[in-house]
Design a protein around this ligand. Structure first.
Ligand SMILES: CC(C)(COP(=O)(O)OP(=O)(O)OC[C@H]1O[C@@H](n2cnc3c(N)ncnc32)[C@H](O)[C@@H]1OP(=O)(O)O)[C@@H](O)C(=O)NCCC(=O)NCCS
Length: 216
């Protein structure tokens, strides 16, 4: 599914269940020592996805422990992103020569818990969610807004190396599975240029909402 919303420069892999015998590198093991089994399984499976996607780029198996602010440490010359939610794991990677940064996110297509939309959505975004819900009530547009912001954050962080809040980005969900996002804080830079806006794609299918942003 995820490859449908990524450009051809980005390699990806996904899984809909966990392999219970999944192996980790020792530095990855250290990161999940003491984690509950469910966390260990998602951590392991998504790294298998990442290694499969890296393999498509011709890069051999490589340890992927969490780095600063939990962002994964990719091999030199590679950008990437990982995501997991109940019943889904995915990773996307690309050469830095082709892509500046990539962010993917997966969520169950279910409404956000009570009160969360108010925490993550700007007033204009909440109005957009209401409009979209009136037109197409089967999709959890509030959850999709959240997912867009998470994908944008995963693009932003590796470039800017700082955290931002949900009010730092304004998202516009458009037709045809596309969305745009504008930074309301000092923007990140890529190849020496400020990146004020990014565009992404989304897909809703089989109870999942997937979002992807590739900054090429
Ligand atoms: C980091 C964060 C984006 C993860 O999103 P999530 O929906 O909770 O979880 P997902 O399964 O989709 O993604 C988890 C993966 O994201 C990656 N990740 C974690 N921190 C990251 C960061 N700072 N930058 C990029 N990727 C990161 C990791 O690979 C992680 O998987 P792992 O722990 O197995 O390595 C989220 O937990 C978070 O901290 N959000 C707050 C900041 C934010 O979103 N601001 C909104 C800006 S508009």
């Amino acid at each position: 599914m995820i490859e449908e919303i990524l450009p051809p420069e980005v390699a990806s892999a996904e899984a809909f269940e966990d392999d219970r015998d999944g192996r980790l590198f020792s530095e990855e093991e250290a990161a999940v020592a003491g984690a509950v089994p469910a966390r260990r399984r998602e951590f392991t499976t998504v790294r298998h996805c990442a290694r499969a996607a890296l393999g498509d780029l011709g890069i051999p198996a490589f340890p992927l422990p969490p780095g600063a602010q939990r962002a994964p440490r990719w091999p030199a010359g590679v950008v990437g992103s990982m995501t997991h939610c109940a019943g889904y794991r995915a990773a996307a990677v690309a050469r830095t020569s082709r892509v500046h940064s990539v962010g993917i996110d997966a969520e169950r297509d279910e409404p956000l818990p009570e009160g969360v939309l108010e925490m993550i959505g700007l007033p204009e975004e909440r109005a957009m969610v209401d409009r979209l819900a009136a037109r197409q009530p089967a999709t959890s547009w509030d959850r999709l807004l959240f997912s867009c912001k998470e994908a944008v954050y995963k693009v932003f962080f590796p470039l800017a190396r700082r955290m931002i809040g949900f009010d730092a980005v304004r998202v516009d969900i458009g037709g045809g599975g596309r969305f745009g996002a504008r930074f309301l804080v000092p923007p990140p830079t890529a190849a020496g240029r400020a990146v004020h806006r990014v565009t992404g794609r989304w897909l809703g299918r089989d109870g999942l909402l997937l979002t992807a942003v590739a900054l090429c």
